[in-house]
Design a protein around this ligand. Structure first.
Ligand SMILES: [Zn+2]
Length: 156
């Protein structure tokens, strides 16, 4: 890793430790040439995951989109936001560890339902009822659209 201060490429790792609930590795680095210290984060590159939709279309996996669909099913539920974050990180880790970069959207829907079932029954039923109505069009955008209440959302 090149030193950001002097450009020397021969820098040393002084310390490595997990960060962000083991989603990233934080490395403290030292440059012997100029004495500079800097920190880098190493994380899985999510853009490598591709979602295969039921119509065969491919789309880059988008964590924000997944998060929106899950948060909508949890609207007005008494769930700690930190718990939701952990659940989403857990889902993403499962997707990353499947060993495949191409993941059918139906598989993602199943994993989300499994995770929701463990946290909140109401959110699970909301998500599952929409999911089952969308056997032909299992796009998360359709999920989001269907789950959205008729009133305009104040969140966006
Ligand atoms: Zn340096």
């Amino acid at each position: 890793m090149r030193c950001p201060f002097c450009g020397n490429i021969d820098t040393q790792v002084k310390d490595s430790r997990p960060a962000e609930d083991h989603v990233a590795i934080r490395r403290r680095r030292f440059c012997p040439a100029c004495g500079g210290r800097f920190t880098t984060y190493e994380r899985v590159q999510l853009r490598d995951l591709v979602v295969i939709k039921s119509n065969g279309k491919r789309e880059d996996f988008d964590r924000d989109k997944l998060e929106r669909s899950i948060r909508i099913s949890m609207q007005k539920r008494p769930i700690d936001p930190e718990r939701i974050d952990q659940m989403i990180s857990g889902i993403v880790r499962r997707l990353e560890s499947m060993g495949e970069t191409d993941i059918p959207s139906s598989r993602i829907g199943e994993i989300v339902m499994e995770a929701l079932a463990r946290i909140d029954t109401v959110a699970y039923v909301r998500f599952a009822s929409v999911y089952k109505n969308f056997q032909a069009a299992d796009d998360f955008e359709d999920f989001v659209h269907e789950l959205r209440p008729p009133q305009p959302s104040t969140e966006e």
